[in-house]
Design a protein around this ligand. Structure first.
Ligand SMILES: [Cu+2]
Length: 445
């Protein structure tokens, strides 16, 4: 079965069974369907931009980047400088259903490494583009407030540095800016995106969940307070738009005709695997989740892993929409206890939160009861093409593991920041074998 047919088959299975845990996933349930779409001519726009030599942005000098001297002086005065090294690397990476696609990455991984700083720190980013790269690359960091013209394109065989103060707390994407903006869509949607978490200078705030109780025969409110310290996950949503041979398909992008929806680079990447099937059902081949495309241990860093969480513990989810369609973030079976954007509280006890393109939300959640909870983009087209992430809270299958025993996939766990509670990690990434080996070293795996 080729990749596309296989993907559609999985979609069909999910469509039949919904997002609940289901009985064994069976080949006989599969039926493929074909979508017919109108064609549009995208050559014209691309040609105009190309003829212009790329879009030339102009911004006032007041937004100029910090010079090396300024950075040194500020560091001497007490500011903390965080160095970030990014290397452009085009490489083929796997996609759901088998096969590969032509990915563009920073540092050999999709998404790029998560940068974590504290509000007021200086981020000094160096982008290196090896001479082996076919095109220049760039970088646009949304944590900065600097004109993109201060960075521009970096030619193969060269590198460029810029520095800025992370003035605003929150979460901010960074992404390749293409070749002076031209082809930016291709580079970002092929994998050149990452997240910067800027922790509030004064730390995160506690939150209070509203519950009810019965006292003296009366239903009354009670308030549960959760401290700022939390275990944390990063979930970055994006789309893949691919031709049958795994190349970027700009026509499909203009039509929003998604090939797969990915979370941290994977479609259905945080789902159980064969080992977990064995634990729960006693049979590696009996799937416990409706779609488990990354089953085998042979898949190494690509093998699926759910996110294990404890009950009654504060979790902070950094949810980022890296793509160009909305994310309606929802956790099946849970409410979002608090939603924060830009260090400002937006909502509490809400069912879903809409996150637009290039926007993020920091979601506080406490799982009260043991069980499996599936975080989705509550857009059915997104769910059925990959946006379903399984959280396993407590020990719902009575396997005898205690809180914190089960390791979590490394690519979903951000670097520690203010108010982080460390977690055990296991190597998991849409990344090259070399990068997986480096991550294994970093996490002591
Ligand atoms: Cu690029």
């Amino acid at each position: 079965m080729n990749r596309r047919t296989s993907m559609l088959s999985i979609v069909a299975v999910v469509a039949v069974a919904g997002i609940l845990f289901a009985s064994t996933y069976s080949q006989t349930q599969m039926s493929a369907s074909k979508l017919s779409v109108p064609s549009v001519n995208t050559d014209t726009t691309a040609q105009i931009v190309s003829d212009m030599g790329g879009l030339q942005l102009q911004m006032p000098g007041a937004f100029a980047a910090l010079s090396p001297d300024e950075v040194d002086a500020m560091a001497k005065a007490g500011r903390h400088v965080v160095d970030v090294q990014l290397t452009a690397q085009s490489v083929d990476l796997p996609i759901m259903g088998g096969g590969k696609y032509h990915a563009m990455t920073f540092n050999g991984q999709v998404p790029a490494p998560t940068i974590r700083v504290t509000q007021g720190d200086i981020i000094r980013m160096t982008l290196t583009v090896p001479s082996s790269e076919a095109t220049p690359h760039g970088n646009d960091m949304h944590a900065s407030q600097i004109s993109a013209t201060n960075f521009g394109k970096v030619l193969p065989g060269t590198s460029k540095t810029y520095a800025y103060i992370a003035e605003s707390a929150g979460q901010f994407k960074y992404h390749c800016s293409g070749v002076d903006v031209a082809a930016m869509d291709q580079h970002v949607l092929s994998g050149m995106y990452g997240l910067t978490i800027v922790d509030p200078l004064n730390g995160y705030t506690p939150f209070v969940a509203e519950k009810t109780d019965v006292v003296n025969g009366q239903v009354v409110l009670k308030h549960l307070r959760y401290e700022p310290d939390a275990k944390e996950f990063v979930l970055e949503y994006n789309q893949l738009y691919l031709t049958a041979d795994g190349s970027y398909d700009q026509t499909a992008m203009f039509l929003h005709n998604t090939t797969q929806t990915v979370v941290n680079g994977f479609a259905f990447g945080y789902t159980p695997n064969a080992d977990i099937n064995k634990l729960v059902k006693g049979d590696a081949n009996k799937n416990i989740f409706v779609a488990q495309p990354w089953n085998s241990a042979d898949l190494k860093q690509y093998q699926g892993h759910p996110l294990f969480v404890d009950t009654g513990v504060h979790y902070r989810l950094f949810v980022e929409n890296q793509g160009n369609m909305p994310v309606f973030f929802h956790i099946v079976g849970e409410q979002l206890d608090r939603v924060v954007q830009g260090n400002r509280i937006q909502s509490q006890a809400t069912e879903s939160w809409e996150i637009g393109g290039s926007q993020g939300a920091t979601v506080d959640v406490v799982f009260d009861e043991p069980g499996a909870y599936v975080a989705v983009n509550h857009d059915y087209a997104a769910i059925f093409t990959g946006a379903a992430t399984v959280f396993v809270a407590g020990d719902p299958f009575k396997l005898g593991y205690g809180p914190g025993d089960m390791p979590n996939p490394s690519d979903a766990v951000p670097p520690l920041g203010k108010n982080s509670i460390p977690q055990k990690e296991i190597v998991h990434c849409l990344c090259t074998d070399d990068r997986a080996a480096e991550i294994a070293k970093q996490i002591g795996g």
